[in-house]
Design a protein around this ligand. Structure first.
Ligand code: PMP
Length: 283
């Protein structure tokens, strides 16, 4: 069961207006939110980020955080997500339906769509790590907006898959930005490095949690750009996202990172993240 523009509809029969601006232009924003044991993780941070993304594209969100939470809870109920289940919630706001012109029509009404589905945590991959390919960041210059225009991400992920890798690490003129749908961290001499949260990356919520956990536990975090040479000479690499959590990256373009095993700092952060999930107050 999906939520589409105020109605509850079965998957497969939901209709999109051919002139929905999300459909025509990718004119909209979205969030993917983790559900652990039937409860929402980092709900406030996701809603704040969604509101920020909407503001950056000059879109007014007509729903309060409480209204969005009611819809999220109903999506879980209607899709049989219980206290036993890990799952994900997708929420998207398109700018709405209007005769097709590029500039923003004055009277357009945003369209909210959401779905929730069971999704296990990727625990096996977290133990073994992923292989990545290094690929030019061909995306736009407002990666800080969680836009539904994702063609750049689709293409770089597919380039990575075509080389036999599981994900893409992106660089702009040799400076490492992030992955196709995750943030990237390098570890050198026990310290963490990640691209600063500016217009070239999405400020990931998992990234923020990891930075906070690292700092609280005495690890130094540098939010500053690093290049591909530093990347390949790192002691450890890992990526972070809502669905991947803390995911080791063990090789880049077929070259092992250090000894090609999941490193000890990454493992420590995985443990801290695990504890955080158990202790955090989820809604
Ligand atoms: N960067 C990009 C480009 C992403 O698409 C995502 C996931 N949506 C992230 C980073 C990670 O963000 P989060 O931890 O909030 O899922």
């Amino acid at each position: 069961m999906l939520y589409v523009d105020g109605k509850w509809v079965e998957a497969g029969v939901a209709a999109v207006d051919p002139e929905d601006r999300g459909y025509n232009f990718g004119d909209g924003v979205y969030e993917v939110i983790r559900i652990y044991k039937g409860k929402l993780f980092q709900w406030d941070a996701h809603i704040e980020r969604m509101e920020r993304s909407a503001k950056e594209i000059q879109m007014k969100m007509p729903w309060s955080a409480q209204e969005l939470l009611d819809i999220a809870k109903q999506l879980m109920d209607k899709n049989g997500i219980t206290a036993q289940d890990d799952a994900t919630l997708y929420m998207q706001v398109s700018r709405g339906n209007s005769p097709r012109v590029h500039d923003i029509p004055g009277d357009v009404k945003p369209v909210l769509m959401g779905f929730a589905r069971k999704k296990d945590r990727p625990l096996a991959d977290q133990k073994k790590g992923l292989k990545a390919a290094l690929i030019e960041d061909i995306r736009w210059l407002r990666c800080d907006i969680k836009s539904i225009s994702l063609l750049g991400a689709v293409m770089v992920k597919q380039y990575a898959k075509d080389t036999g890798a599981q994900d893409a690490i992106l660089h702009r003129d040799g400076i490492v930005t992030e992955c196709s749908a995750a943030n990237l961290f390098a570890i050198k001499n026990g310290e963490l490095y990640t691209h600063p949260a500016n217009n070239l990356i999405l400020k990931g919520i998992t990234r923020d949690v990891v930075i906070e956990l690292a700092a609280k536990n005495g690890l130094t975090v540098h939010e500053k750009p690093f290049d591909t040479k530093f990347l390949l000479q790192a002691d450890e690499l890992f990526l972070t996202s809502t669905t991947a959590e803390v995911m080791p990256v063990i090789s880049v373009d077929g070259q092992a990172i250090a000894d090609g095993q999941v490193g000890s700092v990454t493992q420590k952060l995985q443990t801290l993240f695990e504890q955080h999930i158990e202790e955090a107050v989820l809604v």
